[in-house]
Each structure stands twice: as structure tokens, then as C-alpha cells.
Design a protein around this ligand. Structure first.
Ligand code: PLP
Length: 400
């Protein structure tokens, strides 16, 4: 009898819906159609020169061999100093591991602390990879929906109502992908205190921590107290802050026992992160932060323009995101409208309509476990944002 080639756990993975959107958009592009994409969650800026120079120097110096699996000592020290300086948290180097992006760090956290029988509680909308990564460990992701009127910030009451005895970990992603929402200190303290009392670990994904607007501040849950720190694992990355998505450098910090186990896992699954990229990351963290300030200012301008204009479009309702480079407007008022014999019935249909009629790519809310909305990325030039919105406005005017 023929055996199944693909294991059940991997066969159970859904393809990333963000990739599906890119695929459809690329198909149209290959037909010569000019598509404006607000789908890809990455900075449009180039990596700052001082970081590139550090990588070039590393190559020239022959820094091209295997390194320690959890990262070069110089980088782990730079990460520890970053935590102290920016987050007010003390970590020793052996509480830090450098991984291939925040993505690998996240997977290794789940793989290290979760197994069959465990549940991980996630507020939605949420980043696409949490669900599939958790399922791969045998654990079960469970969800609750945050509310649009709360600007998608999870509340203590929601956590309380949805916690089960099987929940091993809770995910905080602030600023959030896809909503940009940032949890306020008061709610964060209440949620963290309660979870710590219940013995639930907090996995805190802080990859967008520097991209905050309107005087909003990011607070790491691990900075709230000794117990909160002991029960938290921070995941972070240089991808978004320093426009370094392709370099693949992320990191995790947390209790020694967990980081040590993650190190054992990484040692066999991947080994060290690219030696040259590690050197570049030392410069990103220790060098001038001027380019970050400049990029954040630019994102802030685009956010202002995008949200204002989205709200002027009939059928679209949009809140101001606190951070990240995403906004997540409500598009339910477009349901029931018709074009070319198609009826719009869902956010997936809205995304298809935008792609086919406006030649604009966005990701439907369903990809983030939250229907009725679509995600716009504003890590795009002002010209593209303007042109994309003009196209959407025209297409919507033609709806019946
Ligand atoms: N976490 C969130 C919320 C993200 O949006 C992303 C990327 O889109 C990541 C983690 C992973 O990013 P990277 O692996 O590039 O560090």
C-alpha cells in the first residue's frame, strides 16, 4: 500500500493567505497589468548604509564561518544592552538567542514550550503564522475576537472569559499586525498579573515596537515586574525597525531554561544565523538610530493621509492605528454591492474586487482570523498610496 508522502502535521498547514494574495497579484502583473500592492508587510525603505557597511566589513574580514548557535557574543551583548536601554529589562547573554528572523524565534518558542494537549490563547485579528506554527507542535490555538470599538486592543475581561485550564501560553502582539493597535499600560498590567497568577506564559511579539505614532508608547510586558519577566518570552527582530526583512535576524529573550532548550532545538534544526547578518545587526542596534526616526516620521505622514482618505471613501470605515505600518478598515458596508455579475459577500470578495477592478492588492481580514475588514500596508511611497486610493475610489463609484 502506498504511504502518504506528506506527514499529517505538515499536510494540515494552510498556505499563508498573504502569499496567496501576492500570487494572484503576480499573475496579473505577469499579464502586464500594473498592480499597486498594499499587501506585503515590509518597509519600502532600503537598509541604512551604516548597517550595510558593517556587513561589507564582515565579509572583507573573512567573518564567514559557523558561529555559536545562539549568536555571536557581541550581538547577544548588544541585544541585552538594547533591552536595558529601551525596555528597562535586565537579561544576561544566556537568556538571549539569535534566530532567523522573529519567525523562527516564534516557532522555536512554541515548539519548546507547547505540545499536544496544550492550548495557546490568541486575541484576533492576529499575525498569520501563529496558528500554523502552534498546530505544528501538536498544541491547539484558541481565539477570541477583540472589538473594533476598542481599537482591537484585547481587554482583561476578554482574557478572563476565554482562558481555559489547558492554556499554556497567551500571545501579546503590540503593536499588532494587522491592526496596529497598542495595548495600554493599565490593561497590560491587569492581563499580565492575572496570567502570571494562573501560571500562563506570555509570548510577547514586539517586532513593531519602534513604529508607534501620536505619542503612543510601547511597553514590554516583561518590564512590569519580576514575576511578569519570569513568565514572559519576548520575540523581536530587526526586520521592520531597520528595514532588514531580507537579512533574517530576530531574537528571543526569556527564562534561561527555555532559551537553553530553544538553543538545543536550533542547534539541530538550523544552526547559527548568517554570520555577516549578525555583524550587521550589531551595528543596527549599537549604531546611530537616526534612520529609524526618519522612517517613523515618514510612516506617520502616510498613516495620516491613508486613514483620512480611506474614511472619505463610501463603504469604508477606518480607525487610526497606534503603531506598525498597517491599518485595518471595516468594509462590511460594501457587502451586497455588484460588479461584472459578481456580488460582494465577504472581505475576501472585497480584496478580489480591489485586485480585479482597481488593480490594488490588499489582504482580506479572514487571513488574520477576523472577517469584515481588509489590511492595508502603508510602508509604501506617498505616490503609490495616492494612486492606489484614487483607483479604489473610482472602482467603488462603479459598484451597483
Ligand atoms: N511577528 C509579526 C507580528 C510579524 O508581522 C512578522 C512579519 O511580518 C514577524 C513576526 C516575523 O518577522 P521576521 O521573521 O521578518 O522577523
Amino acid at each position: 500500500m502506498m504511504k502518504n508522502i506528506i506527514s499529517k502535521s505538515v499536510a494540515g498547514i494552510s498556505p499563508s493567505a498573504t502569499e496567496e494574495t501576492s500570487f494572484l497579484a503576480n499573475q496579473l502583473k505577469s499579464q502586464g497589468i500594473d498592480i499597486i500592492s498594499f499587501a506585503q508587510g515590509e518597509p519600502d525603505f532600503d537598509t541604512p548604509d551604516n548597517i550595510k557597511e558593517a556587513a561589507i566589513s564582515a565579509i572583507k574580514a573573512g567573518f564567514t564561518k559557523y558561529t555559536d548557535v545562539p549568536g555571536i557574543p557581541e550581538l547577544r551583548k548588544a541585544v541585552a544592552e538594547k533591552f536595558k536601554r529601551e525596555n528597562g529589562i535586565d537579561y544576561e547573554s544566556d537568556q538571549i538567542i539569535i534566530s532567523n528572523g522573529g519567525k523562527q524565534a516564534l516557532y522555536q518558542v512554541f515548539r519548546t514550550i507547547c505540545e499536544a494537549g496544550d492550548q495557546v490563547l490568541i486575541p484576533t485579528p492576529c499575525y498569520v503564522s501563529y496558528t500554523e506554527q502552534i498546530k505544528l507542535t501538536g498544541a491547539e490555538p484558541i481565539f477570541f475576537e477583540t472589538k473594533e470599538e476598542n481599537n482591537f486592543r484585547p481587554t482583561f475581561e476578554e482574557v478572563l472569559a476565554n482562558l481555559t485550564p489547558r492554556v499554556k501560553a497567551f500571545i501579546i502582539n503590540s503593536p499588532n499586525n494587522p491592526t496596529g493597535s497598542v495595548i495600554e499600560k493599565e490593561q497590560l498590567e491587569k492581563i499580565a498579573k492575572f496570567l502570571v497568577e494562573q501560571g500562563v506564559y506570555i509570548i510577547t511579539d514586539e517586532v513593531y515596537e519602534h513604529l508607534v505614532y501620536d505619542g503612543c508608547t510601547h511597553i514590554s510586558v516583561a518590564s512590569l515586574g519580576k514575576k511578569e519577566k519570569e513568565m514572559s518570552i519576548i520575540v523581536n527582530s530587526v526586520s521592520k525597525t531597520y528595514a532588514m526583512t531580507g537579512w533574517r535576524v530576530g531574537y528571543a529573550a526569556g527564562p534561561r531554561e527555555i532559551i537553553k532548550a530553544m538553543n538545543n532545538l536550533q542547534g539541530h534544526a538550523a544552526g547559527n544565523v548568517n554570520s555577516i547578518a549578525q555583524k550587521a545587526t550589531v551595528e543596527a542596534l549599537n549604531g546611530s538610530q537616526e534612520s529609524v526616526v526618519r522612517m517613523v516620521k515618514e510612516y506617520e505622514k502616510r498613516r495620516e493621509y491613508l486613514v483620512k482618505r480611506l474614511n472619505q471613501i463610501k463603504g469604508v470605515r477606518c480607525r487610526y492605528p497606534d503603531g506598525a505600518f498597517y491599518t485595518f478598515p471595516n468594509v462590511t458596508a460594501l457587502y451586497g454591492k455588484k460588479y461584472d455579475g459578481n456580488i460582494i459577500r465577504s472581505d475576501v470578495d472585497v480584496a478580489k474586487f480591489f485586485l480585479n477592478k482597481a488593480h490594488v492588492a490588499v489582504v482580506p481580514g479572514l487571513a488574520f482570523n477576523y472577517s469584515g475588514h481588509i489590511r492595508f500596508v502603508f510602508a509604501k511611497s506617498m505616490e503609490e498610496i495616492k494612486e492606489g486610493l484614487d483607483r479604489i475610489e473610482r472602482a467603488i463609484k462603479d459598484l451597483k
